[in-house]
Structure formats: structure tokens, C-alpha cells
Design a protein around this ligand. Structure first.
Ligand code: VG1
Ligand code: CO
Length: 564
């Protein structure tokens, strides 16, 4: 049967501006009449002629409203001349899996339905993100074009009669005829492509010996926590079915739930406390790992919950990539980190003679460097680690990389870190998050900081707390020029640098769905005394950071909501 598309009249919604990683709002906002339709049509409008005859990947972390959103996308795509959608069964695809599929199938891009680490369910968050043909998040130029279109949209095209009921439930291909053209919807297994990519990158038989043990080597006991997010699907296939992990003892929360079981699917010491406690209380566990809702973040802890900061994790990986088959084959090019990430990896880069890049917060800033062959491994302090195998950060990849190093070195997580610190010294790092502050108060605090760092005598000023004195050597609002296309990203966070190399950084989050979240990043390097507790070492700088920003005065907050 031939179907006809129709044009629906609409008016713009305010605030459809993609943030650090896509558009994130409360589910109820996405449910408003025309809201999701407007945003999807604006993506197509921004892409222009490329849409006609294109193929797109669609999927996400399965959170509440995903299926409705996918049905909207199917109808709008069909009416805009898209030739084919490749969709994960039940709408399930992790963010790294979408990136991989875009690259494998060489298609125009993908639409990822996730608000990542934000909570899900009807009262919480939904999100939509567009990824471009290299598999990575849309760069600012594309996001800006989408946003401009959302401000002036007057109509969208859709095919109301196209039957989407249960369409995404079963693997298979359906061809529709819309406006005289073929429109194909292919529903695929959510994991096959990603699992085969991981098998190409890593030596699975070797990793299996880590998980199962051998005659001469005891099993390395892992606990992998999917936090009820999308990675459950991949964890079962990879860790249980391929690597022989026990479904009862080595993995947990691996069934994706549309509200993540009412938890905050964010792998850090606060929100993944269940995992941390389990590993702390049960000395049999050698490694714990957790992922966020859409599977691009990872947290690694060792025996007794020994915490590996993401900045250190990146440095350790950088130092040991040669034990992973992918890098043996492709070589190791440069390294990169986001600006607030502690500079531990910089020391590895300089020792190994590799190029090192510092980019603004957000994975989209790594893509150009990877495409240009100048970047192999990168990370963010926010539990993001990844390589140029795809163009998103990749939680499961990070754990497999750690297991490869553990296999190679035959050492515990803690001993690997201690060895690393004794070679390179240690970057102590902590991040304080003040979530859901009042927006006005947060903006005023940032304005106050701008003023403070601009004052003539700020550089050279000394601050003392608890017997430690820090002298300001430089201060600015970070701005970045992409070395590949010369695009400029301004106002990416206020930096106060001190004479001894310590840093204080202040940013407003770009991923929240209401209010403002203030992030304060505290970073200090020590060559010796690498075994002291981080919170003890950093206490004076934290207090100085609060004093400079007057955070308490502006927000009324006595304490952060999350410390990592
Ligand atoms: C946060 C992190 C950033 C990360 C982004 C997306 O952004 O700080 O490093 O890239 O989330 O991660 P912000 O603007 O809130 O600080 V994910 O896993 O939510 O897509
Ligand atoms: Co995420």
C-alpha cells in the first residue's frame, strides 16, 4: 500500500538548544504536543539535502518515552525522504554501539535517544542527540544549526498512517512505500555489531583466562554493574557468554529498565554506592566496574573498593596500550583529555613522545583529531574513556582495556596504580558538584568569578589555608581552537592556575534538565608522598576554591551534592 506524507503546522518551542551532549529535558516536556516532532524535524532541516535517500541509525538506552520517540522518528524520517532506518531491537542501542554502527554501515548519522547518566522514568529525563557520519556527537556547528531551526520552525512532515505498532519489537526488515518511494525499517540485534568490534580489538581468549583463571593463575574476580542501564545487554553477551563470567556473582543489574529501577544511573562513588559497598565488604572481588545509562561512562575500582580516578585510569591505559591487539596493529598516535581532567596522562605523553591535546568538556571535541589520525586515546574526568575505535566514549571498552592490562602485568588494580604513581608522581583530583542550584545564583557566581580573575592584582595573589599557600600564576576563561578545522569554542570554564601547577576550575553543567549544576574541579600534582588520601591533600585548595568563588554566599549551599 502506498502511504502519503502530510504537513503539520507547528510553532517553535523555546530552549531546544542542545547542551554538552544533546537536548535533555524532563520526559513531560518531550511529551508536549509537537515538542519532539519539532526537534526531529529541525535536525532534518539542519541536515538539508543530505537527508534524501540517506540511512540513519536509531536507538538508545531504552529509557521511558524511547519507544514513542522512535515511532515519531520513523514517521518523520519517512516523510522527509530518508531511505532507511536501522534500529536496535526494542529501541536498545548503547551510545558506543550507535557510533560503531554508523561507522560500520557508513551512513549519514544516527539519532541517540538518551539522557545518559540522568535519571529516567516518567518524572525524570529524556534526551535526543544527533551523531554525524564519523559516528561522533554533532560538533557545535551542526548543533547550532539544529538550534537555529528549532527557533523558526513552522511545520513538520510526517506519515501518520505508517503503522509503527510493535514494529521495533522483532528483528527483521519492513519496506513501506511513502510518497511513491521505498522506505525501509530494519530492526537489528542490539549487540552483534558491537560484540564483534570488541572481539577485533581485544584478545578474548586471553581475557577469558583472566575471568576464569588457569591452572597456574587464580580467577580474577570481577563485579560488573550495569546500573539497570543499556549495558546489561552487552555485559551478558561479552562478560557472561564470551568471557565466562558467572551470571550470579560477576554481574549485577543487567536487565535494562526504563526507569533504571529508580536509581541515578551514574557510575561514581555517590550513585554507584551499592557496587562500592559490595566490593568493599566482599574481599573476594578484585575489580568492580559500573556504567551509566547509555553505556559510555565507566568507573573502575580495585579490591576493597580501591578507587581509580578517571584521570588516572586514562594515564594508566595510555602507559600500557601496547598490550592490546588493536594498538599493536594500528599504532598509538596522540592522547587527549578534556580541560578539567587532571593532567596525569600528559606526563605519559611526554615520556612516550606522543602528541597531547587539551580540549573543552564534551566528547564532540575529540572527533576531528581522531579523524585526522592524531589521536588514539582520550578521556574525561567525568568517567569517560575511549579510543579511536569509535567516536564516543565507551564504558565496556574501558573495562576490557583494564582487564587486558591486568592480564599482561598480572598485578592488582591497586599495585598498577602505585607503580604508575611511583614512576610519574600523582595528580590528586576531586570534583565537587552542586546540583540543581538556582540558575540566577549560579550565573551570578560565574559573573563574580569573571570579575575576580579580571582584576589587576589577581595574578600573583596568594591564598593560604591549613598551612598551605597557593599563589595564582594565571587565570582565564578557557577557549579552544580546533587544530584541524580552526573552529573556536569560547567560555569553556574558568581556570585559576597556581604556581605549583595546581588548578581550580569552575563550570556550569550543560547536561542538566532543570536549574543549574555548578562543577568545581580541584587538581594538584605531587611528585612524592603519593599515598596520602586525596581529600586530605586537596582540602586546602577546596577551601580556597570556595573562598575565591564565594559559592556559599551565592548559592546558600554548605556542601556539594556529589564528590568524586
Ligand atoms: C558532563 C560531563 C562531560 C561529559 C558530558 C556527557 O557534562 O562533565 O565530561 O562529556 O556530561 O556525558 P556537563 O556539561 O554536565 O559537565 V554523558 O555520559 O552524560 O553523555
Ligand atoms: Co552517558
Amino acid at each position: 500500500m502506498s502511504l502519503s506524507s502530510v504537513v503539520v503546522t507547528t510553532t517553535p518551542f523555546e530552549g531546544q538548544k542542545p547542551g554538552t551532549s544533546g537536548l535533555r529535558k524532563k520526559v513531560k516536556v518531550f511529551m508536549e504536543k509537537h515538542y519532539t516532532e519539532n526537534f526531529i524535524q529541525s535536525i532534518f532541516n539542519a541536515l538539508g539535502d543530505k537527508v534524501k535517500g540517506s540511512t540513519l541509525i536509531v536507538g538508545g538506552d531504552g529509557r521511558y518515552f524511547s519507544k514513542q520517540a522512535i515511532n515519531i522518528i520513523i514517521r518523520i524520517a519517512s516523510a522527509n525522504g530518508v531511505a532507511k532506518l536501522i534500529i536496535g531491537q526494542l529501541g536498545i542501542l548503547s551510545t558506543p554501539a550507535v557510533s560503531s554502527l554508523i561507522r560500520t554501515h557508513n551512513v549519514l548519522g544516527g539519532i541517540v535517544l538518551t539522557a545518559s547518566h540522568n535519571p529516567g522514568g516518567i518524572r525524570n529525563d529524556f534526551g535526543i542527540k544527533y551523531n554525524i557520519e564519523n559516528g561522533g556527537p554533532a560538533p557545535d556547528s551542526v548543533s547550532d544549526a539544529i538550534y537555529e531551526n528549532t527557533k523558526k520552525i513552522t511545520e513538520y512532515r510526517t506519515t501518520p498512517k505508517l503503522e509503527t505498532d510493535r514494529l521495533i519489537d522483532i528483528i527483521g526488515t519492513t519496506t513501506f512505500n511513502v510518497d511513491g518511494r521505498d522506505f525501509v525499517v530494519e530492526i537489528i540485534d542490539s549487540a552483534i555489531n558491537y560484540v564483534s568490534l570488541m572481539k577485533e580489538i581485544f584478545d578474548f581468549p586471553k581475557l577469558r583466562t583472566v575471568i576464569r583463571g588457569t591452572e597456574t593463575r587464580p580467577a580474577f574476580n570481577v563485579l560488573i554493574d550495569s546500573m539497570n542501564g543499556v549495558t546489561g545487554v552487552y555485559v551478558r553477551r561479552i562478560f557472561v557468554e564470551e568471557l565466562g563470567a558467572s551470571p550470579d556473582h560477576n554481574v549485577c543489574r543487567i536487565i535494562p529498565l526504563d526507569n533504571f529501577g529508580e536509581i541515578h544511573p551514574d557510575p561514581n562513588l555517590t550513585y554507584a554506592k551499592d557496587l562500592v559497598d559490595k566490593v568493599k565488604d566482599n574481599e573476594e572481588y578484585d575489580l568492580g566496574a559500573a556504567f551509566d545509562g547509555d553505556g559510555d561512562r565507566n568507573m573502575i575500582i580495585g579490591k576493597k573498593a580501591f578507587f581509580v580516578t578517571p584521570s588516572d585510569s586514562l594515564a594508566v591505559l595510555a602507559n600500557n596500550l601496547q598490550c592490546i591487539p588493536y594498538f599493536q596493529k594500528n599504532g598509538v598516535h596522540g592522547f587527549a583529555r578534556s580541560m578539567p581532567t587532571a593532567a596525569a596522562v600528559d606526563r605519559v605523553a611526554s615520556k612516550l613522545g606522543k602528541e597531547m591535546f587539551e580540549v573543552p568538556t564534551g566528547w564532540k571535541y575529540f572527533g576531528n583529531l581522531m579523524d585526522a589520525g592524531r589521536l588514539s586515546l582520550c578521556g574525561e574526568e567525568s568517567f569517560g574513556t575511549g579510543s579511536d575505535h569509535i567516536r564516543e566514549k565507551d564504558g565496556i571498552w574501558a573495562v576490557l582495556a583494564w582487564l587486558s592490562i591486568i592480564e599482561h602485568k598480572n598485578m592488582s588494580v591497586e599495585d598498577i596504580l602505585k607503580e604508575h604513581w611511583s614512576t610519574y608522581g600523582r595528580n590528586y583530583f576531586t570534583r565537587y558538584d552542586y546540583e540543581e542550584c538556582e540558575s540566577d545564583a549560579a550565573n551570578q557566581m560565574m559573573a563574580h568569578l569573571e570579575q575576580t580573575i579580571a582584576s589587576k592584582d589577581f595574578v600573583g595573589k596568594s591564598y593560604t589555608f591549613g598551612g598551605k599557600t597557593y599563589t595564582v600564576s594565571q587565570a582565564d576563561n578557557f577557549s579552544y581552537v580546533d587544530p584541524i578545522d580552526n573552529s573556536v569554542a569560547k567560555n569553556q570554564g574558568i581556570r585559576v592556575l597556581f604556581e605549583d601547577g595546581s588548578r581550580l576550575i569552575y563550570r556550569l553543567s550543560g547536561t542538566g534538565s532543570s536549574g543549574a549544576t555548578i562543577r568545581v574541579y580541584i587538581d594538584s600534582y605531587e611528585k612524592e608522598n603519593v599515598l596520602t588520601d586525596a581529600q586530605v591533600v586537596l582540602k586546602p585548595l577546596v577551601e580556597i576554591g570556595l573562598e575565591i568563588s564565594q559559592l556559599k554566599k551565592f548559592t546558600g549551599r554548605d556542601a556539594p551534592t556529589v564528590i568524586t
